[in-house]
Write a new protein. Sequence first.
Length: 454
Amino acid sequence: MSRFAEPQHTAFRGLNDSIGFDWRLGPYDVEQSRAHAAMLASRGIISGEDRQALHDALAQVEQELGEGSFPFAPSDEDIHMAIERRVTEIAGPVGGKLHTARSRNDQVATDMAMFVRAHADQTSQAIAALARTLVEVAEAHLDWPMPGYTHLQRAQPVYLSHHLLAYVWMLIRDRQRFAAVSAATAKLPLGAGALAGVNFDTDRRQVADALGFSGVAENSVDAVSNRDFVLDYLASAATCATHLSRLGAEVVLWSSEEFGFCEVSDAWASGSSIMPQKKNPDAAELLRAKAPRIAAHLVALHGVMHGLPLSYNKDMQEDKEHLFDATDTLDLCLAAAQGMLATITFRRERLAAASSDEFLAATDIADLLVRRGMPFRESHGVVAGLVRTAIEQGMTLSELTREELAGHSELLDDEYYAVLSDGAWLESKISEGGTSLQRVRQQLERAREALSAR
């Protein structure tokens, strides 16, 4: 017997059914159903024989899902109803008892929390693997000078190791964000029913313990309404993907002939359909392009959730495709970034030539004047004048004569030329977090410690 006198329209079925994508929740649905049946039996709501029959049927369903042989039916609206149908086919009428004291509302919220927790942990491990690869690449290029940039203009020299370690700290923060995502899934929704609780004396904490939750959601309405943890995952994924996009953008620039700082390995590059000489850093380019895709999923789900009245609404079915695509995309990007960075080749001569531009030492000259008593803003103007003079005469800063130096400031003497000597600019950055080798070595050690922590 059905509430409805007419069958559902095929267009509505196409709009309403989620089995085409929520099948991915199958393993989690089986796991929570097993824990739910065990709890029902322990509370005397179903018999021990019923529990065993349900567990046996769920074991077969789990095997079929794992093998890819699960017999989906055209009538299956979603993975929850598909599994319940299949359990009933295997176990007989007792299969209808599996849904006692739960609703699809709390069921799907639980499945989603379990999926997010598992994938947050998986993503965190992939982030740590990429960060460790970057640490290894940084250590291998510890004392390789390169120009640092602001506004994509040469600014001050840094060591390549120092520059690469900047991404390590971004990834460490990403890892911390995903740890918070995992923590956001700590409270079990199951047992909230459709929205108001259930009419049985259940033991929600038993189910929570069985499924690895630290406790139960305190409010049944909030339990079925909550998708904060999905938003948290998408927000963390969007930030991480943005970091990868910046890394990809730099590899694209650095591998161009104009820069010539590096070359990606053939395994991470593509050719041209018409120009046989081309070697395109497509993996790096796609790291740029995937970031807005993931960010768009975050914005889209905020659009779904904003303004929704409590408690459950079918709008929330839209959380799944955004989440699933974001997890797949980010995991693929992390794997690609790790593979690309592990095999990249840097060109020391090109990096050194670019970082030997003496104009990059302008701030060091200004600081020399500061150490001799001149206010920094005044020293800034003096050095700007020196740079202008050198440019107008087609000279480097070290080619300016002592007389020309004196014309700009009487505080400039032979130490000016010592500051401009090779390597002095880098090793002068002795502040904590700076680019001197002493500080970079400290960074490497701290990064390893941070990545070894759980």
